[in-house]
Ligand binder design. Structure first.
Ligand SMILES: [Zn+2]
Length: 105
């Protein structure tokens, strides 16, 4: 099992949407850290960011393709940001780099 993407806390609904997209393509995945919101204040904030994990490692390349296409179709805004780790341009609605998973500053 591998992590495909980390969403910001605000993007929890998008994690569910992407999971549905992948499920329709036959890619089994699950969301971690989706049930911890009630623990805010006790759990470090970063641990509350939902993560999308691909269960079958062999499905990872396909899952990445869908993730990339999905991210590219997301409406761009002036608030796009550059990943501090790899320099990739990421949409303002994402809390982590889609390419390398680094969290936004
Ligand atoms: Zn990056």
């Amino acid at each position: 099992m591998k992590r495909l993407h980390t969403f910001s806390f605000q993007d929890r609904s998008q994690a569910a949407i992407l999971r549905e997209i992948l499920a329709k393509e036959g890619i089994d995945c699950l969301i971690r850290n989706d049930q911890l919101s009630s623990g805010l204040g006790e759990i470090p904030f970063i641990e509350c960011c939902p993560e999308l994990w691909i269960i079958d490692d062999e499905a990872m390349p396909r899952a990445r393709m869908f993730l990339k296409a999905w991210l590219e179709n997301a409406p761009a805004t002036d608030d796009d940001w550059s990943c501090p780790a790899c320099g990739e341009r990421c949409g303002a609605q994402f809390g982590a780099c889609w390419a390398c998973g680094a969290l936004r500053d």
